[in-house]
Design a protein around this ligand. Structure first.
Ligand SMILES: [Zn+2]
Length: 420
């Protein structure tokens, strides 16, 4: 076997393609392979799939390929253009790489895999590519994935918001709760932001939506009520967001009580912030004793915390009526606690109780959305050089879109020996 035959096998090259030259540069650790085809061939028209005559050849294209024996490898080829009687002169769908790409299908798929694990900057460095070329592969991957994705509205939706950077404007993120994928991202967190998502679908499609988990954010509620039939019974205020209100109230209580105690020289509440916010099962072992001792003390914060802990049981109930009953007695306790932040939080929850108890039926939370949130945070950290919000959004879809992003070679060869 000579070296050309060997490389033909490595590249999976079939007749009428063949290799004309292989150049190995040991110093540069680089392999260049020139590919050509036999003379008596015909090519596939990309529009109708019929084989037709060759019109001419495009200028040489150079594709980056997977490394061969650790050496950077390039494939050089001049692709024929088809001359279909019906569709005229066309660029063929190449077996080497996607049109518009300077990577082979295999190399591009590899870059897509690696970019899931490393930052664009790291991938660029690993493969001696420029940041732009690497990012370009990511962008094309997302565009491909989005184009392939069927336009279907999920049955159970999560709506959340995310700030691009501290002090920046928000993005609205719509997720598919059952699949754990990001479906839609757009600027701002206004009513029209979410409406723009809904309006892609027909009324009939929107009616198929069974439940929507979200924070108690009025513009999202307004958009959902306007677009989704029967939204009143479908919106579920996320339990984690609801608990957050009460958690914040506990923290506020601790802060003001701590201030008061410190003025008297009492350091009881020093460094206890997280102890009050944790659920008991999450308190680290080495602080458990301190946790129990603090809770047993006659402190306003301890009472606020007990009220908070009790609210968690609200979501254990299976029926809406029981949830309401439990909430009413909790509400009475909270509003008679003489702790202002707790009273305020309880009142906020009360105004939204109709969409808190919808949990009994739908049993959804944005917890998945929260895990996507965590992923998005990771995306941000990996970004190092995102340069724009558009790039940031592309990266969200890349990592959390659940998209089929690989470039696929044509299912059948684009050229064959002439039949006639
Ligand atoms: Zn044609």
């Amino acid at each position: 076997m000579n070296d050309k035959t060997l490389f033909e096998k490595i590249l999976g090259l079939n007749e009428p393609w063949f290799i004309t030259t292989v150049k190995v540069d040991e110093q540069q650790q680089r392999v260049d392979i020139w590919v050509d085809h036999e003379m008596n061939i015909e090519v596939r028209c990309p529009v109708c799939d019929h084989f037709c005559a060759v019109y001419d050849h495009s200028p040489e294209r150079v594709y980056r390929h997977l490394n061969v024996c650790q050496m950077t490898t390039f494939i050089h080829v001049r692709l024929p253009r088809s001359n279909c009687k019906e569709h005229g002169i066309k660029q063929i769908v190449s077996e080497f790489g996607e049109n518009g790409s300077d990577m082979t299908y295999q190399f591009e798929a590899f870059i897509i895999d690696i970019s899931k694990e490393c930052s664009v900057k790291a991938v660029a460095q690993l493969f001696s590519l420029s940041w732009d070329r690497c990012w370009n592969a990511v962008e094309r991957a997302v565009a491909r994935g989005k184009a392939r994705k069927p336009r279907v509205i999920p049955e159970r939706i999560g709506v959340d918001e995310k700030a691009f950077a501290r002090g920046h404007k928000y993005e609205t993120i719509v997720t598919n709760i059952d699949k754990g994928t990001v479906e839609y991202v757009c600027d701002d967190r206004e009513q029209k932001s979410l409406e723009a998502y809904y309006l892609q679908f027909t009324e009939k499609e929107l009616a198929e939506v069974k439940a929507i988990a979200m924070d108690m954010w009025r513009p999202y509620m307004a958009a959902t009520k306007k677009c989704i039939p029967g939204a009143e019974k479908k919106i579920v205020f996320d339990r984690f967001h609801a608990m957050q209100y009460v958690n914040k109230a506990v923290d506020k209580t601790r802060k003001s009580e701590h201030k008061k105690l410190m003025a008297e020289g009492d350091q009881t509440l020093k460094r206890t912030k997280y102890l009050w916010l944790w659920n008991e099962e999450n308190v680290p072992e080495w602080r458990k004793e301190e946790y129990r001792a603090l809770k047993a003390m006659d402190l306003k914060t301890a009472r606020a915390c007990a009220i908070k802990d009790n609210l968690r049981h609200l979501w254990d109930y299976k029926y809406e009526a029981n949830m309401r009953k439990y909430f009413d007695s909790w509400y009475f306790w909270a509003t008679h606690s003489r702790i202002k932040p707790i009273k305020d939080a309880a009142k906020t929850l009360k105004t939204h109780i109709d969409n808190i108890v919808t949990y009994a039926k739908h049993r959804i939370t944005n917890a998945l959305g929260e895990s996507i949130n965590a992923k998005v945070e990771k995306v941000k950290r990996m970004a190092s050089g995102f340069r724009s919000r558009t790039n940031y959004i592309t990266a969200i879809f890349y990592h959390c879109g659940g998209l089929d992003m690989y470039p696929y070679p044509p299912p059948a060869p684009c050229l064959r020996y002439r039949m006639s």
